[in-house]
Ligand binder design. Structure first.
Ligand code: FRU
Length: 526
């Protein structure tokens, strides 16, 4: 995101001139929260009103998942950033809470993370009451306007009441700017090897690692990535995670997530990842391959929850369901943007590499309202499924398995969602390219950006004998998990009428559909 300073002026004038659309305290206003709007996500988190981007401060504490997020409460476009706040006890139903962090004299509150300081290393907790600590990027619109390089520093705030109220640390900033223009999005985690906190920070075209015994004073350890990975744009929102290797007992490795904007595989924003090792000081990656957490156009700035209890042990990832190419102009109102569905990441050892799989968290089962199964069939033409589905097609979850005959196999096949206005979206697999495809060329409104319309591809898949597709379809989005999570693709769409019809489509050839299960999902806001 560039040109942050122009928003400063809008912000200042907004404070005096504009009536607040959503109460700046974040409280529900009934007139705005019917959640009946045409494109309102029904199984994804979205703010009641106004602008949202990255998820921030993802942390689990005493039975609650906290979702803070980049929020501008005065308009439906990006502006001076606050941290909005919501909590959930099950990762799918969310309760909106008042804004957690407001801009102050140092600057706007950009992206960052939150941890629970269980051992009170910071001294900010009270006996029996560990502090929840938010570490975020301060972005100074004043220094930006002056053309300085030292615009971004890191700050800290703490809460002793489960994130409900926050106090900014008295000695902010805790990490000064060393002269790097883009210096932001601190993700903090506890490193057991060194018994220190590690801050993973985006610093221009690389990531920096800092360590601290107490969350307050930080020492630079190392840098990673100037000559590794994708560099189509600035690096943002990194995350460093230790993960067990799912299929090798006793082995674990480190995964580094790095969002970049632009430079994604299908244009604009996307999140790449590296596998490797981290010794508490330095990250060394396994190979120079460029790999993406999600190959769709609409999953950005995703990071993982901290504080997940050991007995759960999952690595839970949440991304922002949009793309900076058009995020500020998508045709939704009175809000803009949603979060993708929370995912469980796993690390798998393949033939000659380790790779990350993504699947929706199991809690999706809590939303299952009705289930239908479609018996196996063989087809070489469009097969209408609508007549077999006694409920509306969003939100739904679809799980399907296909195989291709030895001869006469279809070149491409998958699902077509369509409406009576002749609009459709294809979510399929190309057996020619060995890639999954989402085609939103004709999916409704797209004139708000030249970068929206298009056909988008995953990378080439590893296992090709059977094709699995797992879809989550909401009012204005689809998430595709292919090959048991080896591929993930998230895309948004804006049809002029709901997509309420479903076909299995094939192009030039035959497929065997081994079974389709469709779940009607409950609206999370009811
Ligand atoms: C990523 C990003 C972050 C920054 C925030 C500002 O989408 O540009 O790097 O902290 O958004 O809202």
């Amino acid at each position: 995101m560039k040109n942050f300073s122009i928003f400063f002026l809008i912000f200042i004038s907004g404070l005096f001139l504009l009536p607040t659309c959503q109460g700046a305290d974040g409280k529900t206003k009934d007139s705005l929260t019917k959640y009946k709007e045409q494109y309102r996500p029904l199984v994804h988190f979205s703010p009641q009103a106004n602008w949202m981007n990255d998820p921030n401060g993802l942390v689990y504490f005493e039975g609650e998942y906290h979702l803070f997020y980049q929020y501008y409460p005065e308009a439906m476009v990006w502006g001076p950033m606050h941290w909005g706040h919501a909590v959930s006890t099950d990762l799918v139903h969310w309760q909106h809470l008042p804004i957690a962090l407001y801009p102050d004299s140092i600057g706007y509150i950009f992206s960052g993370s939150a941890v629970v300081d269980v051992n009170n290393t910071s001294g900010l907790g009270k006996p029996g009451k560990p502090a929840m600590i938010a570490i975020f990027c301060y972005h100074s619109p004043i220094l930006e306007k002056e053309g300085k390089n030292t615009v971004e520093t890191q700050g800290m705030a703490y809460s002793l009441d489960k994130g409900r109220t926050w106090t900014k640390y008295a000695h902010n900033p805790i990490v000064p700017n060393p002269g790097i223009r883009d210096f932001r999005d601190p993700k903090v985690s506890w490193n057991t090897q060194t018994a220190k906190w590690i801050m993973t920070l985006a610093a221009g075209n690389c990531v920096r690692f800092y360590s601290s015994p107490n969350l307050k004073s930080w020492t630079l350890e190392s840098e990673f990535g100037k000559d590794k990975g994708a560099h189509g744009g600035v690096w943002e929102c990194p995350d460093l995670i230790k993960m067990p290797v799912k299929n090798v007992k006793g082995e674990s490795k480190w995964v580094l997530l790095v969002s970049i904007n632009p430079g994604g595989p299908n244009g604009g924003s996307a999140t790449q990842y590296f596998t490797g090792n981290f010794d508490g000081h330095q990250f060394v990656c396994d190979n120079a391959q460029i790999r993406w957490i999600d190959n769709g156009k609409d999953n950005y700035a995703g990071v993982t929850f901290s504080g997940i209890p050991e007995k759960d042990g999952r690595c839970i990832f949440l991304g922002w369901m949009s793309n900076w190419q058009y995020a500020t102009s998508v045709p939704t109102s009175p809000w803009r943007s949603a979060m993708a569905f929370p995912r469980q990441l796993n690390l798998v050892k393949g033939k000659d590499e380790y790779y990350v799989t993504s699947n929706p968290v199991n809690e999706i089962e809590r939303l299952h309202e009705r289930k239908i199964t479609i018996k196996p069939f063989v087809t070489k033409e469009k097969t209408q499924l609508t007549k077999d589905i006694p409920f509306t097609l969003s939100p739904v979850e679809i799980i399907a398995e296909f195989s291709l005959p030895r001869t006469g196999a279809a070149k491409e096949f998958g699902f077509e969602l369509y409406n009576t206005k002749g609009e459709n979206i294809l979510i399929g697999y190309s057996d020619v390219l060995k890639k999954f495809i989402i085609n939103r060329q004709n999916a409704g409104k797209n004139d708000f950006s030249k970068d929206f319309k298009g056909i988008h591809f995953s990378g080439e898949i590893r296992t090709k004998s059977v094709i699995f597709m797992h879809l989550i379809i909401d009012a204005a989005s689809v998430e595709l998990f292919g090959q048991s999570g080896e591929v993930a693709m998230t895309e948004i769409f804006f049809p002029n009428e709901r997509f309420n019809n479903l076909n299995v489509y094939t192009k030039t050839g035959t497929i065997q559909c081994k079974g389709i299960t469709i779940y009607k999902l409950n609206n999370i806001w009811k």
